[in-house]
Design a protein around this ligand. Structure first.
Ligand SMILES: C[S@@+](CC[C@H](N)C(=O)[O-])C[C@H]1O[C@@H](n2cnc3c(N)ncnc32)[C@H](O)[C@@H]1O
Length: 191
């Protein structure tokens, strides 16, 4: 049977255990992680950005797809959860972990600085969408998930997602694959 976890990066089991111990409920699922790994592998020597490290699950998948010349910066405001990523993945010299508001990070980042952006926090997705696309170079990939309805969504979130999808679909600079799969994923390439 096909199961994304069969090919999981080595650190994943420990990160998952620590994620459960912390009671962190916003973790990415393995299928999305596997897609991220494949996308990361298409960027040899690439500069990758993750907004919303959490405990580092997607971070581990992204690193497992990257080659030795690529680099990944991952940003979160919560040191308590990012600490897990630091302890489990921090020895990897390709990874830079940053504690900062994602929008502030985007605003101080030069245009076209990244080859792939995984926007997994409010900034870069529901706020600062244009900033997030500005830091992506042409040919770069913009990836978001959690777009299909979930029981824990606040009342106003469905409308917010619809607004985001409308904004993205009105952007001629993006070639979008909207995947009704896993938690609901968009992979978009910047023309
Ligand atoms: C959906 S979770 C990230 C999950 C993670 N990428 C994974 O693979 O499991 C969203 C994360 O965004 C972080 N966050 C919340 N507000 C933020 C902000 N303003 N800037 C950056 N990160 C933020 C939260 O602390 C949380 O860890």
């Amino acid at each position: 049977m096909i199961d994304a976890r069969l090919f999981a990066p080595a650190a994943l089991a420990t990160i998952l255990r620590r994620t459960g111990e912390l009671g962190f409920t916003m973790a990415s699922e393995p299928a999305v992680g596997a897609l991220l790994r494949t996308c990361a592998a298409t960027r040899p020597g690439g500069r990758l950005l993750e907004l919303g490290t959490g405990t580092g699950l997607a971070t581990a998948w992204l690193l497992s797809g990257m080659d030795a010349g690529a680099s990944l910066t991952s940003v979160d405001t919560d040191d308590r959860v990012q600490q897990v990523a630091r302890q489990c993945l921090g020895d990897d010299p390709r990874l830079t972990l940053v504690i900062e508001d994602g929008l502030a990070f985007l605003q101080r980042t030069p245009s076209e600085a990244y080859d792939l952006v995984f926007a997994d926090a409010m900034p870069g997705k529901f706020e600062g969408l244009h900033e997030s696309l500005r830091v992506l170079r042409p040919g770069g990939l913009y990836i978001i998930d959690d777009l299909l309805p979930q029981p824990n969504w606040p009342d106003d979130h469905a409308a917010r997602v619809e607004g985001l999808l409308a904004d993205l679909s009105a952007m001629p600079t993006l070639a979008i694959a909207a995947l009704e799969w896993a938690s609901g994923v968009i992979v978009a390439a910047k023309r």
